[in-house]
Design a binder for this molecule. Structure first.
Ligand SMILES: Cc1cc2nc3c(=O)[nH]c(=O)nc-3n(C[C@H](O)[C@H](O)[C@H](O)COP(=O)(O)OP(=O)(O)OC[C@H]3O[C@@H](n4cnc5c(N)ncnc54)[C@H](O)[C@@H]3O)c2cc1C
Length: 300
């Protein structure tokens, strides 16, 4: 089925792989194989891939760094488009405006802002995804979120047509955006920041990274916080109060260090993780009356 996409990729010199282990492309380190993974270098290549998939009814999945997805153990048939290092230019537009391609890592983007003494993204230092993934999710931490700095996104729709959303059109809410549940591909972000002192920016970035290292089980594969924060509660606290810290299904475990994280303790399958997520939801609902909503996105 993906032969036609392979043919297009070969003709246009687009890098691709077939039968790719998603365990190697996701931070959970689980999941079956993707039939095909494509790594476009630019928007022209991306457009060609989206068009050929659309006209041949081939399922496409868009991923960045795979740090917030759980891929089925059965794998993904169709084409995974990965926008990561291959699609990652960052540039200064004017004194306080930065443009980043969707595949730029949040780390590189934070460092770029630091080097130009631009403040506003310190909260994001340590979030292990791409700029596109952060815009899609309206990623946030330590009192900040992408909404504070993101003014515009450029995108392609599934027909490969270019468009953009600005300001309120981005519909940035708690871990959601206008792109949630759409098939648009974010290609570029425009961020508005503020001039500040280099050492103040660096100090806040270091402080935030220090908090992550102290509180999060970074030594194990995970997708960060497994659940969204329910209004009026903290997911981790609810899970801990239900005595679920350390609870294990196969190789998946509620982290002993931070109950808000489901980790791959070693040898977990995506099915183990899904079962554990369902178990946590049931216990927390039965004991606390709160239904936890997963933050992690399920693919396949
Ligand atoms: C240790 C750890 C700590 C974390 N800490 C935080 C945190 O503090 N705050 C936070 O918000 N998140 C956190 N996360 C979760 C994750 O890093 C963020 O959600 C991140 O923004 C996801 O980016 P990604 O590139 O990895 O996206 P992926 O996981 O690849 O994709 C996530 C979703 O975005 C979509 N997507 C990705 N790129 C595009 C694109 N270009 N166009 C359209 N759709 C796209 C995908 O289809 C998918 O639905 C953490 C994860 C880990 C593993």
């Amino acid at each position: 089925m993906t032969d036609i996409v392979e043919k297009t990729a070969k003709e246009l010199g687009i890098h691709y792989e077939t039968d790719v282990s998603m365990a190697l492309k996701t931070s959970f380190k689980t999941g079956g194989n993707a039939e095909m993974m494509v790594y476009p270098d630019n928007t022209t290549q991306l457009k060609s891939i989206l068009k050929v998939c659309k006209s041949n009814n081939i399922q496409t999945y868009i991923i960045g760094n795979g740090s917030n997805i759980l891929v089925s153990d059965n794998g993904l048939s169709g084409v995974v488009v990965r926008l990561s290092n291959n699609y990652s230019d960052i540039r200064l537009v004017d004194e306080t405006t930065v443009e980043a391609e969707a595949g730029a890592s949040m780390k590189a983007l934070c460092m770029f802002c630091l080097e130009h003494s631009l403040s506003g993204l310190e909260f994001a230092y340590g979030i292990p995804g791409t700029a596109g993934g952060a815009a899609y999710m309206n990623a946030g931490a330590y009192g900040g979120e992408m909404k504070d700095v993101l003014v515009k996104c450029e995108h392609l729709d599934s027909n490969g047509e270019e468009g953009s959303f600005e300001g309120d059109e981005l519909e940035l809410g708690y871990r959601k955006s206008a792109y949630s549940n759409s098939d648009y591909v974010i290609t570029k972000l425009v961020l508005k920041l503020k001039k500040a002192d280099y050492s103040d920016i660096k100090a806040l970035m270091d402080e935030n990274l220090g908090k992550r290292k102290a509180k999060q089980p970074l030594e194990y594969p995970s997708a960060g916080s497994t659940f969204k924060r329910p209004e009026g509660y903290f997911a981790g606290a609810l899970i801990e109060q239900c005595s679920l810290k350390g609870f294990t299904v196969g190789g998946a475990q509620v982290s002993e260090k931070h109950a808000g994280f489901v980790i791959n303790k070693g040898g977990a399958t995506s099915s183990d993780i899904k079962k554990l997520i369902k178990h946590i939801q049931k216990v927390v609902y039965d004991e606390k009356g709160v239904m936890l909503e997963p933050e992690v996105k399920f693919l396949g």
